[in-house]
Design a protein around this ligand. Structure first.
Ligand code: ZN
Length: 158
C-alpha cells in the first residue's frame, strides 16, 4: 500500500553554468556542473520516487553516456519518472526535500520550486515540501564548492 524512498545528489558549482533548482533559473555567480541541467533538487526527488518502488535511480533510467540527455531539462526527466510511477500503479503521497547550499539564499524561490514540481507531478502543492539550509560554512557545501539535496518520497498504491 505504502512505499517510502530516499534520494541524495550532489553537483559541483562552477563558473559559466546556470544555477537551476526545482526548475527555477536562479541568478548567481556560479552554477551546477552536470551532463543534464544539473538540477540537484529534482535529481534527489526523482531518485527518492524511483527508490520507493525499488526501480533503481535516474542514472539507470537516463544514462549520462546517452547524448540525448545532454543539457536535458530535468523537469522533462521528472515528467518521465512520474509516468513510470503511474504505470506501476502508484501515486505520490508526499515528498519532502532539502537543498543544502551556502549561497545564494533560496527562500525567495521555494514556492515556485514547489509549484513547478506539483504541476509536473499532477499533485497538490501541499504534497511537495522543499526546504533549504546551509552547513554553517562547513564541508564542500559550506565552502561553496557544490550543492547537495536530500529527498524522501511516500508513494501510495492507487
Ligand atoms: Zn544529479
Amino acid at each position: 500500500m505504502f512505499r517510502i524512498g530516499h534520494g541524495y545528489d550532489v553537483h559541483k558549482l562552477v563558473e559559466g553554468r546556470r544555477l537551476i533548482l526545482g526548475g527555477v533559473d536562479i541568478p548567481h555567480t556560479t552554477g551546477l556542473l552536470g551532463h543534464s541541467d544539473a538540477d540537484v533538487l529534482l535529481h534527489a526527488i526523482m531518485d527518492s520516487m524511483l527508490g520507493a518502488l525499488a526501480l533503481g535511480d535516474i542514472g539507470h533510467l537516463f544514462p549520462d553516456n546517452d547524448a540525448s540527455f545532454k543539457d536535458a531539462d530535468s523537469m522533462k526527466l521528472l515528467e518521465a519518472v512520474c509516468r513510470v510511477i503511474d504505470e506501476k500503479g502508484y501515486r505520490i503521497g508526499n515528498i519532502d526535500a532539502t537543498v543544502i547550499a551556502q549561497a545564494p539564499k533560496l527562500a525567495p524561490y521555494i514556492v515556485t520550486m514547489r509549484e513547478n514540481i506539483a504541476n509536473v507531478c499532477k499533485c497538490d502543492v501541499s504534497q511537495i515540501s522543499v526546504k533549504a539550509t546551509t552547513e554553517e560554512h562547513l564541508g564542500f557545501t559550506g565552502e561553496k564548492l557544490g550543492i547537495s539535496a536530500h529527498s524522501v518520497a511516500l508513494m501510495i498504491k492507487k
